[in-house]
Design a protein around this ligand. Structure first.
Ligand SMILES: Cc1cc2nc3c(=O)[nH]c(=O)nc-3n(C[C@H](O)[C@H](O)[C@H](O)COP(=O)(O)OP(=O)(O)OC[C@H]3O[C@@H](n4cnc5c(N)ncnc54)[C@H](O)[C@@H]3O)c2cc1C
Length: 543
């Protein structure tokens, strides 16, 4: 019997599991669909693309995108302990103060969330919080072309900032990464593994949640599939969905919580009509501007035995690169409350998500629309929990997103042409010299834009009709059920989404512990009704 069942051991789920079980009275079960994270490619920072389209990845595709010449985009999401923090590019960016203030929820203002960031951080650079479980470090072996990019961006007019997380100053700087001693430091490393021996924590891997079970409007458990059998985990306190921006709304809808019309059309009995579930999907859309490299320094040379030896023996060399080694935050027009464009520098031709090995040396500046106006949705394809939902991000529906990215392409090209970059930047590869006219650049965007892997917003927090969770992350109109993950962000942050997701989970842990104290102690519920051969009460990750 558990007090709290957490679905998903990703960025948010790991924070919750670690923080909640600090209180020995709270018994926590974590259900994770993916396998354990004992895998070398997870630990090696530069190897993340090796995990794409493997059992460690949900390997989603979007629906054909009207704004992108009807292309279907590949969407990787982590499917293992640590979730997407186990396959991401490790960039640690909190977001700007204006992001949290724009949520317009007093408890989530910048002043209120800043202490939550600080308490989770352990910044080896000494600039952010110290003493928390999330290790943040500078890269150990910055590529020479990355130094040139930073100098070139300054030559192009950007301010050099010591820390891209500076809440006041904006400009170009080196990327802080979630790494410790040169290896990836996922949310599982920070929060889950240190807690794994606690007697009040049970983690099941290979456990795919199918739906939340209700008695009336109270969530009382989770039905999940493990080893080919259906099991039931009953809960005396709360069910927490931390399955991410794709799966949390999918699970709600499969459980009868969502837009009533959509659910009825699929024959799902409606437990609660919540029209906002699955809507408000936002993502950072990005395009790569690529030149050849005059010097053979780029990461196309990373995959070699000497580099592997350097990594294994000294935790140094190209394999410690997170690929996105430097970044810049820029305002494309005056009067904005924060930057609307990010440039990310990668000392490699970053093509097709890194899935295809490149032969020639090259350099990439990725331009990212930081505050996209386009909004999409996630809907059920069928009532089969193993079926992937329909993902429609509606990329480039808002002309402002096209304008910002066009500005990004121009600025990236200007940076490549600076004196500071001349020792490295060679011939234009993408978009190619012939693409100069505005219409051609826009056509290039529609042909080439990809996800920056930051979907949020499908179970948005708020108080209006479309809000799915209230400011304490409780699913509106129901009891005993919260959503805690990137899906609750009402508006996407101007940065990268891992840090704000973990911050949200830090706050959620406080809220859940407070509820547990108020109910003190959680009332014992009916014993788990596990079928014969079902899940053992305690299984460590490793399956
Ligand atoms: C390739 C890539 C690169 C990225 N780079 C960066 C970066 O450099 N910096 C940054 O800040 N952010 C980055 N991100 C984004 C960031 O990692 C995510 O925003 C963040 O991890 C989301 O956390 P989450 O808890 O919402 O979801 P996730 O971390 O995705 O966790 C969801 C978990 O739930 C599990 N799950 C899903 N469905 C079920 C089910 N039915 N039953 C049981 N378990 C289930 C999943 O397997 C997963 O473990 C990147 C993401 C990707 C994919």
């Amino acid at each position: 019997m558990y007090d709290v069942v957490i679905v998903g051991a990703g960025s948010a789920g790991c924070v919750l599991a670690g923080r909640l079980t600090e209180d020995p009275r709270i018994r926590v079960l974590v259900l994770e669909a993916g396998p354990s994270d004992r895998k070398m490619e997870i630990k090696i920072p530069a190897a993340f693309a090796k995990l794409f389209k493997t059992p460690y990845d949900w390997d989603y595709s979007t629906a054909p995108q009207n704004g992108l010449d009807h292309r279907e985009l590949y969407w990787p999401r982590g499917r293992t302990l640590g979730g997407s923090s186990s396959i991401n590019t490790q960039m640690y960016v909190r977001g700007r103060p204006a992001d949290f203030d724009a949520w317009a929820l007093p408890a989530w203002s910048w002043e209120r969330v800043r202490p939550l960031f600080s308490r989770m951080e352990n910044d080896q650079r000494g600039r952010l919080g110290r003493g928390g479980p999330v290790h943040i470090a500078p890269l150990r072996d910055t590529n020479p072309a990355t130094h040139a990019f930073v100098r070139a961006a300054v030559e192009a007019g950007l301010e050099l900032v010591e820390d891209v997380n500076d809440p006041v100053r904006e400009g170009v700087g080196y990327t802080p990464v979630t790494q410790r001693n040169g290896r990836r430091w996922s949310a599982a490393d920070a929060y889950l593994h240190p807690a794994i021996r606690r007697p009040n924590l049970t983690v099941l891997t290979g456990a795919h949640a199918r739906r939340v079970l209700f008695e009336g409007t109270r969530a009382v458990g989770v039905e999940y599939l493990k080893d080919g059998a259906v099991h039931l985990a009953r809960v005396t306190g709360e069910v927490i969905l931390s399955a991410g921006t794709v799966s949390s709304p999918q699970l709600l809808m499969l459980s009868g919580v969502g837009p009533a019309g959509h659910l009825r059309a699929l024959g799902i009995e409606v437990v609660h009509d919540l029209p906002g579930v699955g809507r408000n999907l936002q993502d950072h859309v990005a395009v790569a501007v690529i030149v050849s490299s005059k010097q053979p320094v780029s990461l196309v040379a990373a995959e070699s035995l000497p580099n592997l030896a350097r990594f294994v023996l000294f935790r140094k060399g190209m394999l410690t690169s997170n690929v996105g080694e430097a970044c810049a935050f820029v305002r494309t027009r005056p009067g904005l409350p924060g930057p609307d464009l990010e440039l990310i520098f990668a000392p490699v031709p970053f093509v097709d998500h890194g899935l295809v090995k490149q032969e020639g040396h090259g350099l990439t500046i990725g331009a990212v629309a930081l505050q996209p106006g386009s909004r999409g949705a996630i809907a059920l394809r069928s009532t089969d929990p193993l079926d992937k939902p329909v993902i429609s991000p509606n990329y480039l529906a808002d002309p402002e997103d096209v304008r910002v990215l066009s500005e990004g392409v121009k600025l990236a090209r200007r940076i490549f042409r600076t004196t500071a970059f001349q020792a490295f930047a060679g011939k234009d590869i993408e978009p190619g010299v012939e693409v100069q006219a505005d219409a051609d650049v826009q056509a290039f965007l529609r042909q080439q834009c990809e996800t920056l892997y930051h979907p949020v917003g499908t179970c948005a927090m708020g108080t209006g009709r479309e809000a799915v969770v209230d400011p304490e992350l409780r699913v509106r109109g129901l009891q005993g059920l919260r959503v805690v993950d990137a899906s609750v962000m009402p508006v996407i942050t101007r940065g990268h989404t891992n840090a704000p997701t973990m911050m949200i989970a830090e706050r959620a842990a406080d809220l859940i512990r407070r509820s547990a104290r108020d109910a003190a102690p959680f009332r014992p519920g009916p014993a788990d009704r596990l079928p014969a051969g079902g899940a053992k009460p305690r299984v460590r990750p490793g399956s």
